[in-house]
Write a protein that binds this ligand. Structure first.
Ligand SMILES: *[C@@H]1O[C@H](CO)[C@@H](O)[C@H](O)[C@H]1NC(C)=O
Ligand SMILES: *[C@@H]1O[C@H](CO)[C@@H](O)[C@H](O)[C@H]1NC(C)=O
Ligand SMILES: *[C@@H]1O[C@H](CO)[C@@H](O)[C@H](O)[C@H]1NC(C)=O
Ligand SMILES: *[C@@H]1O[C@H](CO)[C@@H](O)[C@H](O)[C@H]1NC(C)=O
Length: 435
């Protein structure tokens, strides 16, 4: 109690000081959480231009990278941006990579931490980097006839995004490059890639050369975070649905502006919330705090969230569960069909963090064992540091020592995929695209 009061008084003093000192909001990045209280005057703080409002092409340009933007329209009318990145300083000598973001996060998360950003490092490594986007996020929130304010816009689940968004972007990359791409995905991006490999193995064989899966989400059996979400988030989702609220958080500018102001005023609280949602680790870089809140969260459908919770509840990697009656109509069975991971044949590297709130070793092992791939790897990140340094869910995107702890291993696995596919099989595959 005494501690709480002390903390309260400290907070009050700090907030008043902040209001007194920081008349303007200059300086939006600090080297430690505490300095945010004095960001306007602290020598530990600086102004970072990559904090909102920014889009991927403009951030990339500021750091010396060029972007080509394509707009693809899916079969069900969603207009998605697809970016191809390059640099005048580096020649593209390697295979195409298709970089895919996770749930409720903006694509800018791949380029927002300066020279630590994964997308920049992949371009520097000589890869032909394509960055995909998924419906509902700010880069891809247009539709032929609907707007994000229409509840029908949000009528999609993970099966839909796999079938439409992932497929069309992979096909576009294959058409443009006449090559298969290696997918580099985070979180839900991995979920979708595994769904695609299970559901469309023939297409996957023509389009996907391999998968680098960062913080993959497939099995969520007995994960405390989702098990408790089943108790509070699941009923909430049903209420939203009853009121015909199907899209969440899509007024991004508003959400991010509010979030950024709160985080600047109360950085400890903000950091506490971030680490509760993602996992508390030694890896978080305080200077990334407002970069994180600038690009997360992002528009999401209640069906996407519900789908993940169903997977957690039923201990099955399965299609969306509409309820017995409608399942029979749609699938012909009372229960939704299960995604058969034996069908996934492309090489897979699973990079997971032991401090990720969605991580349980048994679930990673189950996924690993069920994959049909003849080439598969499990890598706990970081590999060579102590267990106390294990990554959280977002450390894969925002953390301090990404080169040493993650990228070196990612590059090695990418090399392995390239080296292994230099066989006679490969020439057969490329014929497909010429036909
Ligand atoms: C990355 O950028 C920072 C400043 O933004 C600089 O100090 C550092 O030397 C750069 N590192 C590399 C490897 O270029
Ligand atoms: C890829 O090329 C095929 C054959 O030309 C075409 O039918 C298909 O629509 C193209 N797909 C995309 C996404 O551009
Ligand atoms: C999954 O597919 C494999 C063949 O691809 C088959 O042998 C196996 O029985 C399937 N498993 C399930 C649960 O359907
Ligand atoms: C891939 O091949 C290159 C050149 O042959 C070699 O230097 C590199 O060590 C190989 N990488 C892996 C991971 O096998």
């Amino acid at each position: 109690m005494c501690y709480v009061m002390q903390f309260g008084v400290k907070l009050l003093v700090l907030v008043s000081l902040q209001s007194a000192v920081a008349i303007n909001w200059k300086n939006n990045a600090c080297h430690n959480i505490f300095s945010y209280y004095f960001s306007a005057v602290s020598r530990n703080c600086y102004e970072n231009d990559d904090v909102r409002p920014n889009d991927l092409p403009s951030i990339s340009k500021r750091h010396g990278y060029d972007t080509e933007t394509f707009t693809l329209t899916t079969g069900d009318g969603y207009e998605l941006h697809l970016y191809r990145m390059s640099s005048t300083n580096t020649q593209t000598t390697k295979i195409p990579l298709f970089v895919l973001h996770g749930i409720a996060i903006d694509v800018e998360s791949w380029v927002d931490i300066g020279n630590r950003s994964l997308a920049f490092n992949l371009v520097d490594g000589g890869y032909d980097v394509w960055v995909g986007t998924l419906r509902g996020t700010i880069d891809s929130n247009k539709h032929k006839t609907l707007t994000v304010n229409d509840p029908e816009y949000w009528n999609f689940n993970l099966d839909t995004i796999t079938k439409e968004d992932l497929r069309i972007q992979l096909e576009f990359v294959a058409n443009a490059t006449q090559e298969k791409a290696v997918i580099v995905a985070h979180s839900m991006g991995c979920t979708l890639s595994f769904m695609f490999g299970s559901e469309y193995p023939d297409r996957a064989n023509q389009l996907i050369k391999g998968l680098v899966a960062l913080a993959p989400v497939v099995y969520l059996d007995d994960v405390p975070f989702t098990t408790s979400a089943l108790l509070w988030a699941m009923p909430l989702i049903q209420i939203f649905k009853a009121f015909n609220i199907k899209g969440l958080l899509y007024h991004e500018k508003l959400v991010h502006s509010f979030e950024t102001h709160v985080c600047k005023l109360l950085p400890n609280l903000c950091y506490f919330l971030v680490s509760t949602a993602s996992g508390k680790t030694k890896q978080f870089a305080p200077e990334d705090l407002l970069l994180f809140t600038s690009y997360w969260p992002s528009g999401v459908s209640v069906y996407q969230l519900e789908h993940f919770l169903q997977i957690s509840k039923d201990h099955k990697f399965q299609k969306y569960d509409y309820g017995t009656h409608k399942n029979k109509e749609i699938y012909g069975t009372e229960n939704p069909p299960v995604y058969n991971l034996t069908n996934v044949q492309f090489p897979v590297s699973l990079f997971y963090g032991t401090h990720d709130v969605l991580f349980l070793q048994k679930n990673i092992d189950r996924l690993f064992n069920e994959l049909g791939s003849s080439q598969k790897y499990k890598i706990s990140v970081p590999r060579n540091a102590g267990p106390e340094y294990g990554y959280s869910h977002i450390d894969f995107l925002w953390s301090k020592n990404l080169h040493k702890f993650l990228y070196d291993d990612v590059f090695e696995k990418l090399d392995l995929i390239i080296n292994d596919s230099k066989g006679p099989e490969d020439s057969e595959d490329s014929e497909y695209f010429e036909g």
